[in-house]
Design a protein around this ligand. Structure first.
Ligand code: PLP
Length: 282
């Protein structure tokens, strides 16, 4: 099933057309979004998702989003979801109609079922290729207009990278900077385990500050792990006890193969790290 609610609080038919063809979100990808996991009827990390929506809006000079309205329509979608199971709940906010000085941003919440491929990957792990993202890790700070680290609707590059992964026989991607350091996945953050310590790359490299990685770190710390934010190299991925892609809908997904080479078996580490993450929402 799918449930759609607009920012003014109205429910709408998700199978009908609603967005104008001259909406800048459509014409230029000029807008932002969030994807929230709803499990057991509860939206995970709702506060951090709304904060990040506001942060992305500020980076794109969009009008400040009405976060209370976004929270209301998030709950409206959840309340109208009658199927069993989890929801992938998208919040979308665009600059609105092109050329209209009175134009108001377009905003909606859309609840979708979880893609079965994602559920399979959570359980079985994924094969990943590293791909060059083509910039230095310092670029985000030098060139804020490139919007690195904003969750903008311009995800065509991220989707192209996933198709390139498929061409290479893999399911996902880990982007690297031109200096060979690890950045993030097209729709995920990278976390590795070494001994009882988790590592993830710093956010000033232009990667998205992940709500899942933050929850994963909180849960791991409570379970006795040490957590660190440090630059990582591809060699660190190969020598790790576990490599994980973290994001709201995929949760903590294990990487079992990197650039065609199997990684050491991390099934047990994954079970432990995933359980620590889940305990944050129990
Ligand atoms: N990095 C990118 C580029 C993403 O698109 C996402 C989520 O889709 C993430 C990281 C992980 O963010 P979150 O854990 O908040 O879902």
């Amino acid at each position: 099933m799918r449930v759609l609610a607009f920012l003014d609080g109205t429910l709408a038919d998700p199978d009908a057309a609603h967005i104008r063809v001259d909406d800048l979100g459509l014409l230029r990808g000029d807008g932002i979004f969030e994807t929230i996991l709803v499990a057991d009827g509860k939206p995970r990390e709702l506060g951090p998702h709304l904060d990040r929506l506001a942060r992305s809006a500020a980076m794109l000079d969009l009008p400040k989003p009405d976060l209370s309205a976004f929270e209301r329509i998030t709950r409206l979608v959840i309340d109208n979801w009658t199927d069993a199971g989890e929801i992938a709940l998208k919040l979308v906010y665009t600059r609105g109609v092109d050329g209209d000085p009175e134009a108001k941003p377009t905003g909606f919440a859309l609840g979708l079922p979880i893609d079965p491929k994602v559920i399979k990957a959570r359980a079985e792990g994924v094969s990943v290729v590293t791909l060059d993202r083509g910039f230095e890790p310092t670029l985000a700070e030098q060139a804020p207009w490139l919007l690195l680290g904003a969750k903008s609707l311009s995800y065509a590059v991220n989707m192209a990278a996933l198709r390139e992964a498929a061409r290479r026989g893999a399911a996902d991607v880990i982007f690297t900077a031109t200096d060979g350091s690890v950045l993030e996945g097209p729709t995920s953050n990278v976390v590795i385990a070494r001994g009882r310590t988790l590592y993830t790359p710093p956010k000033n490299t232009g990667i998205l500050p992940g709500t899942t990685q933050a929850g994963q770190y909180r849960g791991a710390e409570k379970a006795g792990w040490t957590v660190k934010v440090e630059p990582l190299r591809v060699a660190d991925l190969r020598s790790a006890d576990g490599v994980f892609l973290s994001s709201s809908v995929r949760k903590i997904t294990r990487v079992h193969t990197l650039d065609g080479e199997p990684l050491p078996d991390s099934t047990e580490v994954h079970a432990e790290v995933a359980a620590a993450y889940e305990s944050e929402y129990a």
